[in-house]
Ligand binder design. Structure first.
Ligand SMILES: [Zn+2]
Ligand SMILES: [Zn+2]
Length: 318
């Protein structure tokens, strides 16, 4: 089979011919990859941001595939050990001994992929695999974040989405679909502000111009600046979630943030989140832009993403 392989960190990916992986035991299975999204984290893996990533490695953790029985599925890729307390409740993405596909184990930049456990396969029915693939990370990550926030978001409540790029745009739509709260978008880019309004945000502005207090802030950037904005905007007793990987921090302690405000991180999604999101995507018309490229152009895809020139999510087709 053809696979695009990271052989060396900080070096271009290489197309190679490999044997199709073989499943052992009852739990493993091999799927035929139909589409694999390119996520910003793929760049991080290639740049050795995650110290435990091995090489050679097949990247790709947004995988839509076909099983040997001919069923089309979305693959859950934040694999955990399978039996710790987190894994037993389906939250494998916070397992302390994780082995995420495409990051620590071979992923979906290939024609076939070995899936460690059959429970990681979610049938997508008549969803287009190209549309479904990005739901595995880019779609489910904001979905989990919005689910965390729902107890804070009844009628008359307000949520701010900081960063109206790809993940933030999913976040705005989930907030509209799952809550009665008013949604406000904060982004320095006038184009992204306009897109946020199209997707149902009530208002959109530069983050510096936003005024609080609001019940929830979802920070899809995660920089020093956006975290400071989050702490400025959140109400007493409210919720700030950081989802963006920019790596910022803020001082935390009594008096440095609004009293009894909750600050938490939200990462990727659980098995339950992926199952629910597939159902939601089949029912609702989620809007996101996809650009497809052949698997062989994975390096070009990474370059576009690195330069910030991708027009939406890039999906590689083997
Ligand atoms: Zn990702
Ligand atoms: Zn575990």
């Amino acid at each position: 089979m053809r696979a695009v392989v990271l052989r060396e960190f900080h070096a271009p990916l290489e197309l190679e011919e490999r044997a199709i992986p073989e499943a052992t035991g009852d739990e493993e299975t091999v799927v035929k990859v139909l589409a694999c999204g390119v996520c910003h984290s793929d760049l991080h893996v290639a740049e050795h941001y995650f110290s435990s990533s091995p090489v050679p490695l097949v990247l790709g953790h947004e995988v839509a595939a076909e099983t040997s029985e001919g069923e089309r599925v979305l693959v859950y890729t934040p694999w955990g050990c399978g039996d710790c307390v987190y894994c037993r409740r389906g939250e494998e993405m916070i397992c302390p001994s994780s082995s995420e596909a495409g990051m620590l184990t071979d992923g979906g930049y290939a024609e076939y992929m070995l899936v460690r456990r059959r429970r990681y396969l979610f049938p997508i029915g008549d969803l287009d695999p190209v549309q479904a693939a990005p739901l595995g990370c880019g779609g489910v990550t904001p979905f989990r974040a919005v689910k965390h926030a729902l107890p804070w978001l009844g009628k008359g409540k307000a949520a701010v989405v900081l960063g109206a790029g790809g993940l933030g745009q999913f976040g705005i739509q989930y907030l509209r679909l799952l809550s009665d709260a008013t949604v406000v978008a904060g982004d320095p880019s006038p184009q992204k502000q306009a897109r946020a309004l199209e997707l149902g945000a009530e208002s959109a502005a530069h983050p510096d111009e936003l005024e609080g207090p609001v019940d929830v802030v979802l920070d899809f950037v995660g920089s020093e600046e956006t975290l400071a904005t989050s702490a400025r905007l959140v109400d007493r007793g409210g919720l700030v979630e950081v989802i963006g990987l920019f790596g910022g921090t803020i001082p935390f302690g009594l008096g440095s943030v609004p009293h009894e405000a909750h600050f938490m991180s939200s990462i990727w999604g659980s098995l339950g989140d992926v199952g629910e999101l597939v159902e939601l995507a089949r029912r609702e018309d989620l809007r996101y832009t996809i650009e497809t490229m052949p698997l062989e152009q994975a390096n070009e895809a990474h370059d576009l993403l690195r330069r910030g020139e991708a027009k939406g999510r890039i999906v590689l087709i083997p």
